[in-house]
Ligand binder design. Structure first.
Ligand code: ADP
Ligand code: MG
Length: 317
C-alpha cells in the first residue's frame, strides 16, 4: 500500500500525455481526479468527460495504468492491512459480537430493512460511538431523507458518557437533495480528509432512496445501476484508502412472487449487494425489539441477534 501511494504521488493527472490544465480540470469535475479513476475508466467515458479524441483517451488511460502500481500484494501485506482494521461499536453486545467486534473500517456495511426497522438509529449511534476513544474523530453524515436529528445524537452521546456538544461538533452533516448531489458529497469527503479532518466513518442514509425515486418511470434501470455502482466505488475507495468505515442504509421492496420465506428484498439489486462488504437485514421483532441478521460477510458466519432501541443507546434484548 505504501508503495502504491508513493508511486501515485510521483505522477499526477497533469503528467499524463495530452492532459493540460484545462483537460485536467474537465476530468476532475467529472470525478477523474486521480490516476486510479482514470486507469479504470472506459475510453468512451473519458472522451465524454474531457472532450478529447478516442486516440488521446486511449493514451491517457494507458499512461495512467503504467503510472499506477496496479500490482499484487503479498498475503503478509494483506494481513498487515487487516491488523489496522478498526471496529466501531454499536453498544449492543449482540450486534458487536455478531460483527466480531463492531462495524469494520476499510469496508462498507449495509443495513437494509423496512421503515422503522432501526437503520437510521444505528447510523446515529455509530456517528457518536466512533468518537468514544478518539476526541478528534470526525463522522460524516450524508442525509438524503432529512432524518438526521441532533437531538438523537445528544441522547446517544449521553448514553456513551460523552460531551454532546463536542460530539455534535465532530459530526459533519450534509443534506443531499438528489442523487447527483449525493454522489458529489461522497466525492467531497476526500477534500475534508485533505483539510486534515480525521474522518472515521462515512454514513449514507439512505444510499438508495434518491436513486429509487428518480429512476421510477424514466431512464432505464441500467442507468440507475451504473450511477449507483459509481457512487459505491467512490465509497469503497474512501474506505480502502483511508481505512475508514462506511455505513449505508437501504430499503426493501415487496417481492410479489415470493411464496416462501421473507417477501421482501433489498433495493439496488446486485450492485448494492456486491459492493457491500457486510450486509445486515433489520426487521421489527416481538415487543418492539429489532432483529438484525448478518446475511453476507467475507469472514463471518451468518447469524442473527435481537436488540432494542432506547432513548440513550442500543441495548441487547
Ligand atoms: P429506519 O429503519 O426507517 O431508518 P429508524 O432508525 O428511524 O428507522 O427507527 C425509528 C424507530 O426508532 C422508531 O420507530 C422508534 O421505535 C425508535 N426510536 C426513535 N427515537 C427513539 C427514542 N428517542 N427512544 C426510543 N426509541 C426511539
Ligand atoms: Mg431511516
Amino acid at each position: 500500500m505504501a508503495k502504491s501511494e508513493k508511486k501515485e504521488k510521483e505522477i499526477n493527472v497533469m503528467d499524463l500525455p495530452g492532459v493540460g490544465a484545462a483537460t485536467a480540470e474537465k476530468l476532475a469535475s467529472a470525478g477523474f481526479d486521480d490516476l486510479l479513476s482514470i486507469a479504470v475508466a472506459s475510453i468512451g467515458t473519458l472522451t465524454d468527460a474531457a472532450g478529447v479524441s478516442e486516440a488521446v483517451a486511449r493514451k491517457i488511460i494507458q499512461a495512467a495504468r503504467d503510472g499506477l502500481d496496479m500490482g499484487f500484494q503479498s498475503g503478509t501485506d494483506m494481513l498487515n492491512k487487516r491488523n489496522k482494521v478498526i471496529k466501531i461499536k454499536s453498544g449492543s453486545e449482540n450486534i458487536d459480537n455478531m460483527l466480531s467486534g463492531g462495524f469494520e473500517s476499510g469496508a462498507i456495511t449495509e443495513c437494509f430493512g423496512q421503515y422503522g426497522s432501526g437503520k437510521t438509529q444505528i447510523g446515529h449511534v455509530l456517528a457518536v460511538s466512533c468518537q468514544k476513544d478518539d476526541s478528534e474523530a470526525i463522522a460524516v453524515y450524508i442525509d438524503t431523507e432529512n432524518t438526521f436529528r441532533p437531538e438523537r445524537i445528544t441522547q446517544f452521546a449521553e448514553g456513551f458518557g460523552l460531551d454532546p456538544e463536542k460530539v455534535l461538533g465532530n459530526i459533519k452533516v450534509a443534506r443531499a437533495f438528489n442523487s447527483d448531489h449525493q454522489m458529489l458529497l461522497a466525492e467531497k469527503v476526500e477534500d475534508l480528509i485533505k483539510e486534515g479532518n480525521k474522518v472515521k466513518i462515512v454514513i449514507v442514509d439512505s444510499l438508495t432512496a434518491h436513486f429509487r425515486a428518480e429512476f421510477v418511470g424514466r431512464g432505464t434501470l441500467a442507468d440507475r445501476q451504473q450511477k449507483l455502482n459509481k457512487h459505491m466505488h467512490v465509497l469503497a475507495l474512501l474506505a480502502d484508502k483511508h481505512n475508514l468505515c462506511v455505513y449505508v442504509t437501504n430499503q426493501v421492496m415487496a417481492k410479489p412472487d415470493a411464496f416462501f420465506g421473507d417477501p421482501t428484498e433489498a433495493i439496488g439489486g446486485h450492485i448494492v449487494g456486491h459492493n457491500s462488504t457486510f450486509r445486515i437485514y433489520l426487521r421489527r421483532g416481538k415487543k418492539n425489539t429489532r432483529v438484525a441478521k448478518l446475511v453476507d460477510s467475507p469472514n463471518l458466519p451468518d447469524a442473527e441477534c435481537i436488540f432494542n432501541v432506547t432513548e440513550n443507546r442500543l441495548e441487547d434484548a
